[in-house]
Design a protein around this ligand. Sequence first.
Ligand SMILES: [Zn+2]
Ligand SMILES: [Zn+2]
Length: 300
Amino acid sequence: MSNTRVERDASTGRPILVAPHRRGRPMHTVPGKDGAELCPFCPGAEAQTPPECDAVRLDGSAPDTPGWLARAFPNRYPASPAHEVIAEGPVHTARPAALDATTVRHVLALWRRRIAQVESRPGIAHAFLFKNVGREAGASIAHNHSQLLGMSELPPRLALERELDRRHGGHVARELEHAERERRIVGATRRFALFAPRHPKLPLETWLAPFDPADEFDAASDDAELATLLVELFGAIDAALHAPPFNLWLHRIPGEAFHWHFECQPRTGFLAGLELGADAYINSLDGVDGARRLREARSR
Ligand SMILES: [Zn+2]
Ligand SMILES: [Zn+2]
């Protein structure tokens, strides 16, 4: 599908991905109607998606047949020429908290392979990885999945983070250091921490980052720790907020020294006039209280 194009927001210069055919997207998120028989991401429904680009299959099963544990295929309604879906686990469930750490490890391996493949294509500078959970967070299919969107330039938010890092030093390392001092750590392993930033933009904004700023997301990794911590994050959010819609995205800059991190944002409210019109946020729950809530929810 090639009728996508990038235009510029005349007022900010930011990219707008124009994709008119996305108006025709089906919604499979209506409660009670998202059963496996309707789900195009379930095993057995492979013919309902474009042919897969890659999958984790431990049983030697053939492409586009059941047997996969994580499966990547082009988005049927792409927002750019390289827009992929990664179905996460063969079990039909909409909540990432229901995934086990082994499945998340397979997903991480597939994310890494797809990022490398998409970013190797001409004209693509960045593959943005994100996850929408729940209709209010943008999900149109209620089967655990994530998306990878190839972009011709670094997304504006990442350009901003890089610029601030150049001027003031690494912001993620600084946040992590403060988080340890101020009890904003939600969970940690030897290599990674799950924590609230000092000043969350919205309630329960949570980051997951390696302690080592030089850690490379793209490098092959065993992923057991990372998978465990992601599962803890998903579980804590569901327990603290009764399975809310949320978004998760990966911030990394290909080929550059940048302290990569995931950011997770539960969608407890709406984006309103100040957020949309001023790029500024109103937050009613500070990071210390937010982290405590997630820690308590985790231990319940
Ligand atoms: Zn399904
Ligand atoms: Zn970031």
